[in-house]
Each structure stands twice: as C-alpha cells, then as structure tokens.
Design a protein around this ligand. Structure first.
Ligand code: NAD
Length: 386
C-alpha cells in the first residue's frame, strides 16, 4: 500500500500543516495509508485524535520517514531534514531550490524525488493544486488587516456629529492573486484604492473591483498577456515611478506584492519615493522574504522612517493557519490523487505513477533519480557548487 507521511513543520513561526483531518479521510478513501507525526496539526488547531478518527496512524518522525513513499510538508525542509529522508521517497512541499541551494543539494544526494508546490504549472487542469494562489489569497487579505490596524485612522468615509472623516487611500503594487484580494478587502473596508501592475491586462480586473488602475506604458516585448511577469527594464521602472509618484505620496497605506518567479523581488519603492510619503502612512511589503519591494523592508521587523512604518511580517499565510492549512491540504490532496491514480483493476490500491511526460508532473518535479530537473535550480547550484 502507498504510504503518505505528514511531517510536523520545524521552521520558526510555521503554524501550517500539510493535511487536515478532512483530507486525511479523503486520502484514506482513495486507498492510501496515512501516517502523521504526532503534533503535526497542533499549530493549526487540528489535534492528533481528529486525524486518528479520520484514519491516520500517529507515529514519530523516525518511523514516518522510514515508512513514507510520499512525504507531505509545507515549508522547504532544512538540509538536515532532507538528509533524514528515505531514498526514492517523494517529497511534496514548497521547495524553492533557487533560494535554498543547500537543501536542493541535500535532497539530490539523499536520492529524494521532489515535487515543488511552487512549480505546479498555472493551467486550468492544475488549478486545484495551485498552492501559490491558495496561500497568496490569504496573504493579500491579511496584509490589508495588518495595514488597517497599524494605521492611525479609519478606512471608510464617515459622517459623524463631530465632523466628516475622509476615507483612507490605499495603493496596491502588483495585481496577482494577493494583490487582487488586497484590493477587494480594502474596498470592502471602505478605502479608496488604486493599483498598478507590469501586466496591463489586469486593468479590467482592478476596475471590476471598483479600484483605479494606474497605467504605465508597457515595455516592448512584454505586451503579450501572460500569467508570469517578466523583469521590468530600468526604463519601465522610471516610467512607473513617475506614474505612481503622486498616488504614493498621498497614500495612507501601500501594499506591495510584486514578484517575478525565480528572481529577487523588484524594488518599486526606493528610499527617495518612501521619503515622499506622509508621516503616519504604512507600507506592508508582501515580498519582504524575496528581498522586498520597498526600501528598508526587513523580515520580521517594522521599520519607522520619517514617521512612515514599513511592515515586514513574513509568511502571512501562517498567521491564518486554519484556512491556510485547509486550502494547502486540499491542494496536496489533488497532487496525490494525480500522482497515484485509482487503479483500473478492481480492488487494487493506487500506486505512484511518476509519468514525467505528464504536463503537470513533468512541470512540478524538481529533482528525480539524483538529477536536478528544474532548470533555474540547476543553474543556481552550478554557481553554488563552483
Ligand atoms: P506573483 O506573486 O508572481 O506577482 C504578483 C504580481 O506582481 C503579478 O501580477 C506581477 O505581474 C506583478 N509584478 C511583477 N513585477 C512588477 C513590477 N515591476 N511592477 C508592478 N507589478 C509587478 O503573481 P501571482 O499572484 O502568482 O499571479 C500572477 C497571475 O497569474 C495572476 O494574474 C493570476 O490571476 C494568474 N494565475 C493564473 C492561474 C491559472 O490560469 N490557473 C493560476 C494562478 C494564477
């Protein structure tokens, strides 16, 4: 029988878990055997006994690692964790090999096959496995709540006996999944919202949420609509800075979400622009772990500069572990169903079918048989190993 082991997260502040009692029940029904490290769900308020009732066996780490055909995790393992994994087991987790070359080397040397959740192709077929989206949605929502609670003012327009309160002005950089949710959440709270993105085709989505799109003339070669952003040229950055300058200077809250897959996050609010902001204004930088979109953004710290607060809280999905784990777990449930399809032979349990020619599997597998298949990771390792 194919054994799926769900490990307890070890990264500091990581409260999420890669399966919930609901998805355990569904995996058991699919014909898989589930083992869970004791306490794995504690950070998300799912107790061991709920998993046991759903059909999981509760084990310790060593037993789970030894038995696992498939290992579920949320955060990229540490190199030490990677060295403890069984040869030929399949790790399904966020991987980010470019940013974690030591882990990539350890996994390669341990002979572990790696499915990187951030590598799942963004196609309609793979939508249910898209953990980048399920988690970014949470980050976008939470960024607004954090911004609102850091602000010394209301979001909505209020007419009171003591006078009228003007609505807050919010500017969102980057209209991907997180940015769209941030716009929707800020609008619901009553703010005036503007947004910008290097992909001009998102204008319609921004306007459909009742926000204003700040237009910047597109770079030649970047006109084709795409779900993946290309790196902006210096010239684009100059045009963008001019287009957003007034909005940023007047903003009460700026939320930055801009990323380019596999690259360091672009700096969209350099120090000079930050210094045009009003005292009391707040920036929440969702790209802080990728180097930050805003000058001075620092992981895990709130930096005050000229009365402007730059919030650098990392890993926002982990601040909402119940929903984050529920959604991530459903993403992984779909992955395991795709990797272990139901057998056509009556009564036969599902086995791993690692067909690298399958678009979703081939796109998501980063390491297999001691070989780095993900190009950007392989390139990053050449530099590390050189
Ligand atoms: P992301 O996290 O990679 O980046 C966030 C946003 O930042 C993107 O919209 C990007 O264009 C923007 N950005 C990058 N550099 C910028 C710059 N210099 N200035 C301004 N903006 C910049 O993006 P994401 O949330 O992963 O989503 C990207 C797109 O993919 C979205 O439109 C999303 O709806 C789409 N998507 C499609 C599918 C699917 O078709 N199945 C699945 C998921 C997401």
């Amino acid at each position: 029988m194919t054994i799926v082991f769900i490990a307890k997260e070890t990264r500091q502040g990581e409260t999420r878990v890669a399966a919930t009692p609901e998805t355990v029940g569904r995996m058991v029904k699919h014909g898989l055997e589930i083992q869970l490290q004791s306490g794995a769900g504690d950070g998300s308020f799912f107790a061991d006994h709920l998993y046991a009732e759903a059909g999981a066996t509760i084990v310790d780490l060593a037993a789970g690692l030894a038995a696992a055909d498939i290992l579920f995790k949320v955060a990229t393992p540490t190199p030490d964790e990677a060295r403890g994994m069984r040869k030929d087991s399949i790790l399904v987790s966020f991987f980010s090999g470019v940013q974690n070359p030591d882990t990539a080397i350890a996994l390669k040397e341990a002979g572990v096959t790696v499915w990187g959740m951030e590598l799942v192709p963004r196609t309609t077929m793979a939508q249910k496995m898209d953990a980048l989206s399920s988690q970014a949605n949470i980050a976008g929502y939470k960024s607004v709540l954090i911004g609102a609670s850091e602000l010394g003012r209301y979001f909505p327009l209020l007419m009171t006996a003591a006078g009228t309160v003007k609505p807050s002005k919010v500017v969102v950089f980057g209209v991907g999944v997180a940015g769209l949710q941030a716009i929707a959440t800020a609008k619901r709270l009553g703010a005036q919202v503007e947004a910008t993105d290097i992909r001009p085709e998102v204008k319609e989505q921004v306007e459909s949420l009742g926000a204003k799109f700040i237009e910047v003339e597109t770079d030649a070669g970047n006109e084709e609509p795409s779900v993946y952003a290309k790196e902006a040229s210096d010239d684009y950055k100059k045009r963008q800075a001019e287009a957003v300058g007034k909005s940023v200077a007047e903003a009460d809250l700026v939320i930055t979400t801009a990323q380019v897959p596999g690259k360091k996050a672009p700096v969209l609010i350099p120090l000079a622009m930050l210094e045009t902001m009003k005292p009391g204004a707040v920036v929440v930088d969702l790209a802080v772990e990728q180097g930050g979109n805003c000058a001075l953004a620092t992981v895990g710290e709130n930096i005050m500069h000229n009365g402007v607060k730059v919030v650098g809280t990392p890993n926002l999905p982990a601040t909402m572990p119940i929903n984050a784990s529920e959604l991530y777990s459903r993403n992984l449930l779909e992955v395991v169903k795709h990797l272990c399809p139901k057998s056509e032979t009556e009564g036969e349990k599902p086995k791993v079918v690692l067909n690298l020619d399958d678009e979703i599997i081939g796109g998501s597998i980063a390491i297999h048989n001691g070989e780095i298949l993900h190009e950007m990771t392989a390139k990053a390792l050449e530099t590390t190993e050189a």
